[in-house]
Design a protein around this ligand. Structure first.
Ligand code: ORO
Length: 304
């Protein structure tokens, strides 16, 4: 019997496979396809203090080996989440993390304070890396002082697991990771999407209403892997790796680069059962390599 469990600070995951925010709704949408309880964790849709309508359509575009999105943090707002969604999902026997976004530090803080009261939510993923909003979002995650400021303000009020989701749209992601570690983050997750753009040559217009959007999917995997490895060499807190993971081998590569757990995002749109296949594939890999614990993979990259 192989042991698939991992620890992210205070969080105990039955396996290292989580789902990425914005690709898995609140989990309910996937109940017809998989046993939600067998996931290591789910990160629910980005949640803000006030409800948001999101950006105008079109806000999705396919690209070779990936996709662009410009959703713009459409969500019902934290109060509605607490009143009507939380009661429906709080029984899930997995770690439910809420992805928290805001336009100002105060909004992040107020949202985190409200979520702190929810018994069945053991952590938040602080989203300082959304590329698709005019105010806040990525602006917080692309400068070290503002990443530190928002993390420490939320740390003061949020008492459970604080994971900070980092932007790849920076010169040194390791520097930002070190900054948020110093500001009290319990873990970091990376990468959010890469800023990209699509043009329709025939209409000579941008494809997305916002002109630019966030690139995800297999196309970004080598960049994400490089960033996870760089951050692993810079911080002591656990790392949750994501970016184009669509197989057990992909997930294992992220763990070898230094991730303790992974999030699966875009691949859920291609195959809603992919998370379970990845969990099964990690188990088979460990068995065939005579390894008894998935923890032996973390940071196991051989470089000499
Ligand atoms: N899109 C992303 O690619 N990342 C985010 O954090 C948020 C969004 C969005 O809501 O547009």
């Amino acid at each position: 019997m192989v042991d698939l469990s991992v620890k992210l600070g205070s969080l105990e995951l039955k396996n290292p496979v989580m789902t990425a925010s914005g690709t898995f709704g609140y989990g309910e949408e996937y109940e017809d396809f998989i046993d939600i309880h067998s996931l290591g964790g789910i990160v629910v849709k980005g949640t803000t203090l006030h409800p948001r309508q999101g950006n105008d359509y079109p806000r999705m575009a396919e690209t070779p080996m990936g996709m662009l999105n410009a959703v713009g943090l459409q969500n019902v707002g934290v109060d509605q989440f607490i009143q009507s969604i939380y009661p429906r999902i709080k029984h899930y026997k997995t770690n439910i993390l809420v992805n928290v976004s805001g336009s100002t530090v105060e909004e992040y803080v107020e949202t985190a304070e409200k979520i702190n009261e929810l018994e069945s939510i053991p952590g938040i993923e602080l989203n300082i890396s959304c590329p698709n909003v005019k105010e806040g979002g990525m602006a917080f995650g692309t400068s070290c002082p503002s990443a530190i400021a928002v993390t420490s303000a939320v740390r003061d009020v949020y008492k459970k697991h604080l994971m900070v989701k980092l932007s790849p749209n920076v010169t040194s992601i390791a520097e930002i990771a070190k900054g948020v570690e110093g500001a009290g983050a319990d873990s970091v997750s990376l990468i959010n999407t890469l800023l990209g753009m699509a043009i329709d040559a025939h209409s000579r217009r941008p494809v997305l209403s916002t002109i630019t959007g966030g690139l995800s999917g297999a196309a970004v995997k080598p960049i994400a892997l490089r960033m996870v490895w760089q951050v692993a060499n810079a911080v002591k807190i656990p790392i949750v790796g994501m970016g184009g993971i669509s197989s057990a081998e992909d997930a294992i590569e992220f763990m070898l680069a230094g991730a303790t757990a992974v999030e699966i995002g875009t691949a859920n749109f291609i195959d809603p059962r992919i998370t379970i296949q990845i969990i099964d594939g990690i188990r088979s890999y460990l068995e065939s390599h005579q390894m008894n614990s998935v923890q032996n993979l973390i940071g196991g990259l051989i470089t000499e």
